[in-house]
Structure formats: C-alpha cells, structure tokens
Design a protein around this ligand. Structure first.
Ligand code: RTP
Ligand code: MG
Length: 148
C-alpha cells in the first residue's frame, strides 16, 4: 500500500491541532503506520528542504521548522500521497480552499501548519530521513473491507 510522510509543523503543534489533523486522515480512511513528536536538527531540516536551498526563503524555512517540536507521521492507503496533498490545500493558505487543512487553519505561506510529500520519490526519501524501519508498523485493521 502507498505511504506518505506528513508532518505537523511547529505552528500546528503550538496551536493544538495535532488531534484535529490526525482525525481528518483517520476519518478519510487512511491508516497511521508511524508517528512521533520530535525536534528537528538544522542538518535534518536542510536535508528535508534541500530542493529549496537556493530560494530566498530557505533560511526562514529552516529556522521555522526547527523552532519547536513537530509531529512526524507516516500514513498509508490508496493514493495517499496525492489525496493528502489535496486535504492539505495549496501551499499559500490564502489560496487554499475552505475545507482543507491550510484553508481552514492558516493565514500565511510561512506558517502553513502541515507538510506532505509531493511525490512517491519524496515520500520514500522523507520517510527514510525521519523514521527508522522498526518505527513503521504494518498491521491490518478490521475496517479495511468497509473502505476498499
Ligand atoms: P511543504 O513542502 O512544506 O509541504 O509545502 P509545499 O510542498 O506545499 O510547498 P513547497 O514549494 O515545497 O515549499 C516549502 C515551504 O516553504 C515555504 N514557502 N515560503 N515565502 C515564500 O514565498 C514561500 N514559499 C514557500 C512554505 O512554508 C512551504 O510550505
Ligand atoms: Mg514541498
């Protein structure tokens, strides 16, 4: 089953949105396979956002993501990578549709609550960067036949 890496950013943790966000993905039908509250080192932040290292906002982005605990998660399910991005909404909360996480809870692009992998390659890379293999659990729930 497809897996993605989602991370509630420091603003989402500070604003007590962990439960609300986890609930949305659970109710959608996705399954949580790993999760932890953690601080990110500068080195990990720079690796994670490596694709943006030449952008003017890179410094701010790294400072923000390392400014407090994040809630890192691995979720699985059919088309979870693309569907989670849709549930998150556009990068800039001003353009994110109501009903999406960023559309409902964010105001500015620099503090947009949640990160989600944008492709299978990113998902693979980001899961490896944030999780050890034994922190990702594969198990079957009885509800599967009602979802698929
Ligand atoms: P993310 O990686 O955090 O899930 O967000 P994303 O894919 O929707 O957006 P991406 O283009 O990867 O940008 C990463 C993060 O950089 C911040 N950003 N700031 N000041 C700006 O113009 C600007 N543009 C992007 C955002 O916080 C975005 O989530
Ligand atoms: Mg991105």
């Amino acid at each position: 089953m497809e897996k993605t890496f989602l991370m509630i950013k420091p603003d989402g943790v500070q604003r007590n949105l962990i439960g609300e966000i986890v609930t949305r993905f659970e109710k959608k039908g996705f399954q949580l396979s790993g999760a932890k509250l953690m601080n990110i080192s500068n080195e990990k932040a720079e690796k994670h956002y490596g694709e943006h290292k030449d952008k003017p906002f890179f410094g701010e982005l790294v400072d923000f993501i390392t400014s407090g605990p994040v809630f890192a998660m691995v979720w699985e399910g059919e088309n979870v990578i693309a569907t989670a991005r849709q549930m998150m909404g556009k990068t800039n909360p001003q353009e994110a549709a109501p009903g999406t996480i960023r559309g409902d809870y964010g105001l500015t692009v620099g503090k947009n609550i949640i990160h989600g992998s944008d492709s299978p390659e990113s998902a693979e890379r980001e899961i490896q960067l944030f999780f050890e293999n034994d922190e990702i659990l594969s198990f079957t729930k009885d509800n599967q036949k009602w979802i698929y």
